[in-house]
Each structure stands twice: as C-alpha cells, then as structure tokens.
Design a protein around this ligand. Structure first.
Ligand SMILES: *[C@@H]1O[C@H](CO)[C@@H](O)[C@H](O)[C@H]1NC(C)=O
Length: 328
C-alpha cells in the first residue's frame, strides 16, 4: 500500500537502529528508525539486498542523499561496520580493539530550574545505587553564575558530581570556559561539552581555548567515523571522553556500548536510554546486570529485531530508494 513518497521532509526522532546480515554472497540490510509524522509514531525501514562488492558505494550515496541526516548516516555506518564484523565472525567490541567485553554505565541526573526537587531524586537514586558515580546534566539550562550556584549548593550538601555536563548554552563558549575553570579549581568537578560539541571543528576550539575537560560523544550526533576522528583528536590532546546516546533502542545503544568496551577509552559512560522506551523492538545484543552491560562473543552486534513487537505499528519501507508508508 503506497501512501506517500516523501520522507526527506519528515523529521527523524528516536532513531537509529539497523539490521544487517550476510546470506551467501548477498548482503541484506534493514535499517530501522522511528519518525514522528502527523502526530503519529511510525516505524521506518530501509531494506535492500545487494552484492557487497559492487553496490555499497552506490547504496551509501543513495541513502545519504535521500536522507542527508547525520542520524541516518550514523545508522548506515553502523550497519556497514556490523556487516564487516559479521563477515569475519568477530563481535563488534573485538573489532573496535577488544579492550574489554563490558562497561558500567554512570547515572545521569538531568537538572533544571527546580534544584530542590532534582536533589531529592538524586538522593533517592543514590540510596539504591550507592556505588554509582553520578553525572549532572544541565542540558544548556543555566547562565554561568547559576551553574556555579548549583555546584555550591551541592557542595554544601556533600554531594559532588563526577561530571557537570553542558552547564550553559551551546554557543556560550566564554561561559563554558568560565564554569569549567571554577568547577575544577573550586569543587574538583570536570565539565563536559555535549551540545557545544557538534563535530571535529568544535573539539579543536575546545582544546585551543581550554574550554572543557571532557567531550561527550553521541554516535547519532557525529556518526561512527566522525566519532572515531573526534576520539583521536581528543586523546592526542589529553581531553577525557564520555559516550552518551539519544533515545535509542538496544540496537544503536548496543553499538555504542560495543564501541566503548572495545576502545576502552571512555572515562564516563551514559548509555541508559533503552530503559526509556516503552517497548524495545530489539532483543539481545548485550546482557544488563544492574549498571553493567556485558557483550557476548556472538559475531557482530548480536541483537535482532523482534517482529512481534512491531505488530500494531505503522511503518515505512524504503526499497532501493522507493518509499512506502504502510500499516503492518
Ligand atoms: C569486565 O571486564 C574486565 C576487564 O576486561 C574484567 O576484569 C571483568 O571481569 C569484567 N566483568 C564482567 C562482569 O564480566
């Protein structure tokens, strides 16, 4: 049932999961995402079969042109890297360097204007997970002086975050530098750039101006190859690294986890968003036990789509560039 042909204008939300496998000499891929369109949530698939040797370039160009969104590019990169791992029967975490097969996610507290309520939430979380370090994420919410006040209040209460993420607006570079210096000198707290860091260019700016201690890398924001570039630059200059995610399923989050485990270079890990999805259409890929995610020796990503979980949903299929919207 063909309903509409225009996907490029629809905003992708949630994002980026993929499914990729090899069948003899043929490569099959399903890339999956969520979109919000006319107030409804739609599932979104790209499916293709192709011979690896000749078609990948063409396909990538087509997909990137068609969607020209970093999130989509990230998904396609993930799919291709997963295909490589599958083809040599290696789990992704080993392909990325095999530093370790597990990661421990930190606890992130999003703070806003109601600091008192936020601190109550924090204390409740700490009662359950006393050993977890916690990260304060302001999501650009403060003016520089307000950000310092928050640290001061927490300090008075004896709760010191390990990290203060994006305290000020993304374009307030001067404010970012100011908060970073005071946080470090006075409270011993590191500051991370998240929204301020949208690519290699921003990383260089942060290094040059000594504006933050940590860079938060999100694959949906910078792509996999983009992330690897940033990691190299940051490590060379002594910046610490954090890995985070958007609202993603186990597929995209698992990929980020594999990368973090395999590279072993992330000081801060914030990969808890699959817990935020009411239903995750993806199964396996990693085992969760408390705050520890453990990756198996299965080849590639190790996760797969659970079609039953999609049963009552709507969807879009893109097949060789032809887009169908349909109801499953
Ligand atoms: C996590 O990885 C470390 C380092 O490789 C290892 O020592 C530890 O036993 C692993 N933990 C689990 C739960 O597998």
């Amino acid at each position: 049932m063909k309903l509409k042909y225009k996907v490029c204008t629809i905003e992708l939300i949630g994002v980026t999961t993929f499914w990729f496998w090899l069948k003899g000499a043929m490569l099959q891929c399903t890339f999956m995402s969520y979109i919000k369109f006319n107030g409804n949530l739609w599932f979104f698939f790209i499916q293709f079969d192709t011979s690896i040797s000749i078609k990948i370039e063409v396909l990538l160009t087509l997909l990137i042109k068609l969607f020209s969104q970093l999130k989509v590019r990230a998904a396609v990169e993930m799919a291709l890297i997963d295909a490589v791992a599958n083809s040599i029967s290696m789990p992704l975490w080993r392909l990325f360097g095999g530093a370790t097969n597990n990661i421990t996610t930190d606890i992130t507290l999003k703070v806003g204007k109601n600091l008192k309520a936020d601190i109550e939430v924090l204390q409740a979380i700490r009662a359950v997970h006393p050993d977890c370090s916690f990260i304060l994420d302001a999501n650009e919410g403060y003016k520089p002086n307000e950000a310092i006040e928050v640290l001061e209040k927490l300090y008075e209460m004896g709760v010191i975050p390990v990290l203060f993420e994006q305290p000020v607006h993304r374009d307030d570079w001067e404010g970012l530098g100011l908060v970073s210096h005071i946080a470090k000198d006075k409270y011993g707290v590191s500051v991370a750039a998240d929204e301020s860091c949208r690519g290699l260019h921003d990383v260089k700016k942060i290094i040059k101006g000594n504006l933050a201690d940590v860079i938060n890398i999100k694959l949906a924001k910078v792509g996999v190859l983009g992330a690897l570039e940033i990691i190299e630059e940051a490590r060379a200059s002594g910046l610490d690294l954090m890995i985070g995610g958007m609202v993603e399923t186990r597929l995209a989050m698992g990929f980020a986890g594999h990368l973090a485990a395999g590279l072993g270079c992330f000081k801060f890990i914030d990969l808890d968003t699959p817990l935020l999805l009411a239903e995750d259409p993806v199964l396996e890929g990693y085992e969760v036990s408390g705050a520890v995610y453990k990756f198996a020796n299965a080849r590639g990503h190790g996760g797969f789509l659970h079609w039953d979980n999609l049963a009552c949903s709507s969807g879009v299929v893109v097949d060789y560039g032809i887009v169908y919207l349909f109801h499953l």
